[in-house]
Design a binder for this molecule. Structure first.
Ligand SMILES: [Zn+2]
Length: 309
């Protein structure tokens, strides 16, 4: 399967700034899409994470445009361009994360004049309460393997409805994918049996589903990760409590979101390093040269290595 980059568009950007709610500071963003495959079934995914999954299931029968695919770009501060609008106007299936993560998809779709498109929303598919009482909904659902499994099932159903002749291909590809997902879930279970209850720190909730499924307990003050996610200031007291996690040996690892860093997260990173606490870098989008399953395998291996350090 060939992968080509969408040409960077110089024509005026449509739709002003469609900043996302959620994590991150306002970083500047150059829009970078990617197209995978040349099949008849046209799919647009909000990020290359869902784009890769859709490509894996659809194989040669689909063409997938991923709106965000640049690992240096923070999906939370994305600005759309006309190229994306065009892809959305022709899409038969759109895959979005939902939960407030990629609201720009819905906004652009409204202007895309595409009445036939089927929208798959991972947050809705997850079945999770998106407004949990007294808590925060973690929208980074692609780190949650049970949800990814459900999304794959929904993709197969939708692809098959549109292209019934591809049913066998979609089902076979999905089976291979979900078998691998099941293995990742057993890796989490194995980690849980050895390390249940160990403390971890995060800069943002990005990998939290994976960490919690592995039995690990997030010890980061909620006010810290919330401030980082929302791009607001961290109070000195909260920062001090966060830094103490490392000097006092409360946590075994720091999961560090490489896609949104700032002075406070860098201080936390330095504290982890100087205390000899393992750092597990995580990202919002697929690193280049990786597919979803390889990426998640790497993530779990990195967590395991950090715990056994
Ligand atoms: Zn995020």
């Amino acid at each position: 399967m060939r992968v080509k980059s969408l040409p960077i568009l110089i024509v005026g950007a449509v739709a002003a700034s469609l900043a996302l709610a959620g994590c991150s500071s306002p970083a500047d963003s150059s829009s970078a899409g990617a197209t995978t495959g040349y099949g008849p079934l046209r799919v647009v995914a909000s990020t290359n994470v869902y784009g890769d999954i859709a490509s894996t299931i659809g194989g040669d029968l689909v063409t997938v445009d991923s709106i965000i695919s640049d690992p240096s770009q923070d999906p939370h501060s994305y600005e759309a361009d006309a190229q994306v609008q065009l892809a959305l106007s022709k899409a038969q299936v759109v895959i979005e994360n939902g939960g407030g993560y990629d609201d720009f998809v819905g906004t652009l779709l409204k202007g895309a004049n595409n009445s036939k498109v089927a929208v798959l929303n991972a947050a809705n598919i997850s079945g999770y309460d998106q407004k949990p009482a007294g808590g925060e909904f973690n929208e980074h659902l692609w780190y949650d393997f049970p949800t990814v499994h459900r999304v794959v099932d929904a993709i197969v159903d939708r692809f098959t409805a549109i292209e019934p002749s591809g049913a066998k291909t979609f089902t076979a590809n999905a089976k291979k994918f979900t078998d691998a997902l099941d293995r990742l879930e057993s890796d989490e279970t194995n980690l849980k049996s050895s390390f249940s209850g160990e403390g971890v720190a995060i800069t943002e909730p990005v990998p939290l589903y994976l960490l919690e499924a592995s039995g690990l307990v997030n010890k980061t003050p909620q006010k810290f990760s919330k401030a980082i996610e929302g791009g607001t200031d961290v109070s000195p007291v909260v920062l001090k409590d966060t830094l103490a996690l490392f000097s006092e040996g409360t946590v075994k690892l720091l999961a560090y979101n490489e896609q949104t860093s700032g002075p406070e997260t860098e201080q936390v990173l330095a504290a982890a390093k100087s205390a000899g606490v393992a750092v597990v870098p995580v990202t919002e989008t697929l690193p280049s040269g990786k597919d979803y399953l390889g990426w998640m395998t790497d993530n779990l291996n990195a967590v395991k290595a950090a715990l056994t350090k």
